[in-house]
Design a protein around this ligand. Structure first.
Ligand SMILES: Cc1cc2nc3c(=O)[nH]c(=O)nc-3n(C[C@H](O)[C@H](O)[C@H](O)COP(=O)(O)OP(=O)(O)OC[C@H]3O[C@@H](n4cnc5c(N)ncnc54)[C@H](O)[C@@H]3O)c2cc1C
Length: 385
């Protein structure tokens, strides 16, 4: 066990941080104002190999793991440029396809995902099922060689800028009539695939969509993985999702904290800079402690996932996501407060992070559902539902 970051990781951090700094918070604010996606940053990160660092080398990736992809997302966030689509496209979809896709599917999708020239969104949440994903009802029926998909999804990010969406549906078991979870790739322009943007109070480049699948016809190779593998292959994507959501939150937390510290060092309204007052300094110091603790758990979760320990990674990734989201929500709140009125001024770009970090508390799984998981799975307490 080593707590010293390798030279390779330090170099990756420094290089990504330099890229993020060249774009910076003002760039993202401008892009959001224009209602478009930070394509320039995404394309450059892809061309430099950062977006596919976790994917296998034989399919155009960097041959590293979620640990390195989390470094990339954290550093871009710390530079003020958090990219939510990294959680979805290379982390969830890329991981699932790399582990469970056929050879042809890997060749078809992974090189583009790795280079950033091809994006894949991910849809599991349904309006009626909510946090209880065992209740999803989006259903695929066999027809001829292919499938017909019917159902609804909600809050699915980036469907407009993604070439395809990986949909968690169910198949009807013809023998028993029971529903089994499985994964389908749906092309953006497939007839019957309807997308309606949901108005959100978020100043982020990714939009959320309600999706309707109305008799959507899919080819046989739209199915990723085994029809009978069920939850196992889903977890291959959900653990990276939690690790990456932690990185997403911690990047924003570090950005906010750095801005607050910078401000508190120089802003003087009495004799000394405001950072000399412990009422200002201590909350920032506490946030630093919380961020560091959450980062340690995130690195543990990423390490376990990359080592192939899916069960161990499941517990650690949930705890890391929980700790990171809470640390980030507090850090951004404290940072905004440290800047006084400027904390809410557009010029400083911090107020928009107030809602952005809250996403990490709700998605992909809420903090209450993580506490439920730890209560039941780790502590062995009885279930209330
Ligand atoms: C910005 C954003 C982006 C998103 N992007 C995606 C995406 O790309 N793909 C995707 O599939 N989904 C996405 N989601 C959906 C997200 O994963 C869900 O919102 C989340 O899982 C919670 O589900 P829900 O909104 O239906 O809340 P609900 O399940 O209705 O829960 C509401 C509240 O009740 C609490 N609660 C529910 N059950 C229990 C219980 N048993 N014990 C204690 N508390 C409970 C929850 O913790 C929560 O606070 C996104 C959401 C947001 C906000």
């Amino acid at each position: 066990m080593s707590f010293t970051e390798s030279q390779e990781h330090r170099d990756l951090r420094a290089a990504v941080a330099a890229l993020g700094k060249r774009y910076g918070r003002d760039y993202v604010t401008e892009v959001v104002r224009e209602g478009r996606y930070p394509d320039e940053l995404w394309a450059e990160a892809g061309a430099l190999g950062y977006l596919g660092v976790n994917l296998p080398e034989e399919y155009g990736g960097g041959g590293r793991g979620i640990t390195e992809l989390a470094v990339v997302l954290e550093e871009l966030g710390a530079a003020g440029c958090p990219l939510l689509m990294m959680v979805v496209s290379p982390a969830i979809c890329g991981s699932v396809i790399a582990r469970f896709g056929t050879e042809a599917q890997k060749r078809k999708w992974l090189p583009g995902i790795a280079a950033g020239t091809y994006r894949m969104a991910f849809g599991i949440t349904e309006p009626e099922a909510g946090s209880n994903s065992h209740r999803i009802t989006t259903t695929a029926r066999r027809e001829g060689d292919g499938w017909v998909l019917n159902g609804r999804k909600v809050f699915i990010s980036g469907v407009d800028i993604a070439d395809t969406t990986l949909i968690v549906g169910r198949t009807e078991d013809e023998r028993t009539g029971k529903l089994k979870p499985c994964l389908f790739v749906v092309e953006r322009e497939t007839p019957g695939f309807l997308k309606t943007p949901i108005p959100m109070e978020l100043a982020a480049p990714e939009k959320q969509f309600e999706l309707v699948f109305d008799q959507v016809r899919l080819p046989a190779d739209a199915l990723v993985g085994d029809e009978d593998a069920g939850l196992l292959q889903l977890f291959a994507g959900l653990n990276p999702e939690r690790v990456m959501t932690a990185a997403f939150a911690l990047g924003m937390a570090r950005h906010a904290l750095a801005r607050a510290v910078d401000y508190a060092r120089t802003r003087t309204v009495w004799r000394d800079p405001i950072g000399a007052h412990q009422a200002v300094a201590h909350p920032l110091a506490e946030s630093h402690v919380e961020i560091e603790l959450a980062r340690l758990m995130m690195l543990k979760a990423a390490h376990l996932y990359d080592a192939g320990d899916d069960m161990g990674a499941g517990e650690a990734a949930n705890m890391a996501k929980f700790a990171a989201a809470d640390a980030a929500v507090r850090a951004v709140d404290r940072a905004v407060h440290t800047l006084g009125g400027n904390g809410l001024a557009s010029e400083y770009g911090l107020a928009s992070l107030l809602t952005a970090v809250r996403v990490a508390r709700i998605a992909p799984v809420s903090r209450e559902m993580i506490l439920n998981y730890v209560s039941h799975t780790t502590l062995g307490l009885p279930k209330s539902y």
